[in-house]
Design a protein around this ligand. Structure first.
Ligand SMILES: [Ca+2]
Ligand SMILES: [Ca+2]
Length: 252
């Protein structure tokens, strides 16, 4: 990390490179210097306010806690149940590998709390995937302490007939858990229609009986229609899932 730039080898002419406070060393929050402001043009003393001091490191070794809520508490009344397994992932960016992942069950309100073990304070992409839904993501700062975040698990698509914006629609239809809605999910619903949802597959509406029926089929069909754009498939945030994650996703 370059903190200063200089046109010569003389450090006395160095200029600070702007960055956002608080900045960190090995995951430690470095406090503002006495009198320092968050103004990026703040002038840093030649001698440095913290010269020779131990870096404050109150946060190091403490994992952030995440409390998240997905969906709407109105959904159970509409037949979509929120108490189901949810895969939680933390990445540096949407396309980088998982730094953390864990499957956690949410309660009837779609809420769960977990410790993000090994995550040092920083700015991250957090992704969740409730069973049956496609993955959604958000970017947020994670530090020691508890963080709350919500995921709507809805997306506005285009009407199948009129092509007009649909407004928020359920981001649902992934029966086999690969983060793609396509004919493979249709075949599963078709093959097990009016039967119990087999192990390894996700009931879409999450009714206590866990049966594939016309409700699940309609949820799949609406997503293909609203989000598929005629392509016959819909891919969730971060792309198709890897087999390892799929395995975790299906493990209770
Ligand atoms: Ca799928
Ligand atoms: Ca069902």
């Amino acid at each position: 990390m370059n903190l200063f730039s200089s046109p010569t080898t003389s450090l006395s002419t160095r200029s600070p490179i702007p960055f956002s406070d608080p900045w960190m060393i090995q995951g430690c929050n470095y406090q503002l210097a006495p009198g320092e402001t968050t103004d990026p043009s703040y002038y840093y003393s030649y001698w440095g306010y913290h010269s020779g001091e131990t870096v404050p490191c109150n946060n190091q070794g403490v994992s952030p806690n995440l409390t998240f809520q997905w969906g709407s508490t109105a959904w159970p009344g509409q037949g979509i149940y929120l108490n189901r397994n949810v895969l939680v992932e933390v990445r540096n960016t949407i396309n980088s590998p998982d730094l953390f992942h864990q499957v956690v069950p949410t309660d009837a309100n779609g809420t769960a709390t977990l410790a993000l073990s090994g995550i040092i304070p920083g700015y991250y992409t957090v992704l969740i995937k409730p069973t049956g839904f496609l993955r959604q993501s958000t970017n947020m700062t994670l530090q020691a302490g508890t963080h709350s975040v919500s995921f709507p698990m809805t997306v506005s698509g285009k009407g199948c007939i009129d092509g007009k914006p649909t407004g928020p629609q359920l981001w649902i239809g992934d029966a086999d858990g690969d983060n793609v809605i396509n004919s493979a999910d249709y075949n599963i619903i078709y093959n097990y229609f009016n039967k119990s949802v087999p192990a390894g597959y996700a009931d879409l509406d999450g009714t206590p009986t866990h049966i594939f029926d016309g409700v699940d089929y309609n949820l799949w069909l609406r997503s293909i229609c609203f989000f598929g754009g005629g392509s016959g498939q819909v891919v969730g945030s971060g792309g198709r899932m890897e087999s390892l994650v799929c395995y975790l996703f299906h493990t209770k």
